[in-house]
Design a protein around this ligand. Structure first.
Ligand code: FES
Length: 142
């Protein structure tokens, strides 16, 4: 009687380990993908010091400084603006300034180089404006 009880326990234990092992492998695979996406989604506007020389910002256009997640524009000669490069729609970084707009490649939103306002959705809120100073011919976010 007791011997058959031990045997049953061993069988049950072996089955339990096998059943748990399979889902763990699946969980590890999806976990790796998730953490990779998190690290690449680090979109904090950061850094200090000069962003770009004013001479490098075209009149009626702008420059995306990708490693700072910022965009500097010059809507009219001598007037500069700095915006977050992170699209308020789904947080993609904008990649281009052309034709008076700052463009997001993900879903096509376009923002004004003058005030960051939405010129074309799906975004419904403007790019965040960032304060700055011009020091020694350089735009320096403050
Ligand atoms: S994330 Fe920019 S348009 Fe969707």
């Amino acid at each position: 009687m007791s011997e058959s009880g031990i045997t049953r326990r061993r069988v049950v234990t072996g089955t339990a380990v096998g059943a748990v092992g399979v889902p763990l492998l699946v969980a590890c695979g999806s976990g790796d993908g998730g953490s990779g996406a998190d690290s690449s989604g680090d979109t904090e506007p950061a850094g200090s010091g000069p962003l770009v020389a004013v001479s490098e910002v075209p009149v009626g256009g702008g420059v995306v400084v990708a490693d700072r997640n910022l965009v500097a524009t010059q809507p009219t000669e001598g007037t500069f603006k700095v915006f977050s490069a992170i699209c308020p729609h789904r947080s993609c970084p904008v990649t281009k300034v052309a034709g008076g707009s700052i463009d997001c490649p993900c879903h096509g939103s376009r923002f004004s180089i003058e005030d960051g306002s939405v010129m074309q959705g799906p975004a419904t809120s403007p790019l965040e404006e960032v304060s700055f100073e011009v020091t020694d011919g350089e735009i320096v976010p403050s």
